[in-house]
Design a protein around this ligand. Sequence first.
Ligand code: AMP
Ligand code: MG
Length: 589
Amino acid sequence: MIFDLPIPILGFAAYSGTGKTTLLEALMPKLTQAGLRVGMLKHAHHNFDVDKPGKDSYRLRKVGASQMVISSRNRFALMTETPEQESEFSYLLSRFDCDKLDVILVEGCKNIAFPKIELHREAVGKPWLYDNDGNIIAIAADTRVESCLLPQMDINDLDAIARFVLDYVNSAQDVDKNVAACCDTLSPAYLSVEQGRDKILNLVSPIAEQETCAIERAFGRVLARDILSPIDVPQYTNSAMDGYAIRGEDIGLESFEVAAQVMAGEAYEQPLGKGQAVKIMTGAPTPSNADTVIMREQAKQTGQSVTFTASAKVGQNVRLAGEDLARGAEVFSTGQRIGSAEMGMLASLGFASCNVTRRLKVAIFSTGNEVQAPGGELQSNTIYDSNRFTLIGMLQNLGCEVFDLGIIEDDESLMIEAVQNAVSQADVVITSGGVSVGDADYIKFALEKLGQIDFWRINMRPGRPLAFGQIEGKPFFGLPGNPVAVMVSFINFVEPALRKMQGQLGWQPLKLSAIASEPLRSRQGRTEFSRGVYQLDSHGQLTVRTTGKQGSGILRSMSEANCLIEIAPSIDIVKVGESVTIIPLQGRI
Ligand code: AMP
Ligand code: MG
């Protein structure tokens, strides 16, 4: 269910003047007579008040009660002041006592994403909403639209509208039962980005197989075992400076006898006697009882005798054995991804190889009759396949082994064959195209025959449609077709899943806050991922602008961007100077 509600929600969307309230007023008795317990949410003008001036509750609120519950035998009301900003839609929904309701109906809130019936009267003279709003699931109007594929009702036929609402509530409850039973449904579900990601992450698990990998080839691999230091680092107590090593107890003596000179790689094996010093180089081991080093710049050596020009403290300029890392201490834990620093660190401990999870095998293909492989002359009515190549790049970046299965025509049996082939050789299958609600259903039929696949509508842009499920126990991702949507969906859903499968632990994408240098728009109820360029301005402040036009097919915007700008579902406008979340892309695509 959407917004984490245990019951269905259904809106009525219309321009003012269409008669929403009048219709709902007439509809409500039909719903309640059928046994439905209805909750209603309505958006009103900003200065509305349910209270009446002069009433006790009104007076108490006016002098400062920010929440006020007033109750009597028959009803109670909670009034909450929200002077800073209007409460979020999902928060308002959470105020309902859903145990006592079967459905929440919403009047207004046109711009928030959840299923709605569009009400339309020709006489009002306003445009249709359904062609720009994928949340509209039916229309009730005083005219028929032949080109519209949604269920249509007569706006004056209240029985038909009531039947639609009752069916909607019943089928939503059925879907919910199915979800509870098998986590699977073929009807498109609405999910937030987090909900989609959580569901996916819950369904994938790390691969068990591991292998040994030479350190020089370990870049990007994930450690399959904890690394304990086999040695003390540093291995021996040594000098941090070029200078003279002495016994701390001798500090204050007038002059010292220089007993020897110790270079890096050498050692002075005897203990120092009283008043003795050794001339020592940085990194060279200090004599067993020398615990203090005086730097060369503070020393004057004449022949075999040295005097010091500055006072010294016991223990200064000496690095103790095991000071950085003691033998047996944990250096890295299982699940650490190996980068350049880790390669150096492992080598510094004497490891020539390490245990890593085996490479993840990922099969990919593109779908669509209009999609043509690059290399030949562009045919009429076709486009070159770009999705496979962005996917190959992003997968290589994650250290995966890619099985490129090319382009599959829009055909059910070819699709079945391709997916079976993919599943037989890979751990994960990723396709692009063919999962939008408007698409031909052949992919859906094919996937339905092969395994348990959910078709989701994610409240995000770009990248709303997403198919996810398991075929023979292997995760399947059906990404949208639009090139930018493919990349944004990959970043949000596929990458976290692959990282988990590779055994990487504790990975979170880097998110920062930057000041918008241009106004940004989104739509309430969905997460907007604009392509952005962030930089430090002349005051040292992180600022961000978009790359310009944000169409989901404009791959150039991804290439120009160095970050995604993430506008949360609760925000519809970000003004210049306001801060916004950015997700740097460096190292990810
Ligand atoms: P679909 O979801 O299959 O309807 O595709 C949505 C849009 O993405 C259509 O305009 C497709 O032509 C385009 N598209 C689909 N697959 C690819 C691909 N592999 N490379 C580039 N564009 C694609
Ligand atoms: Mg297609």
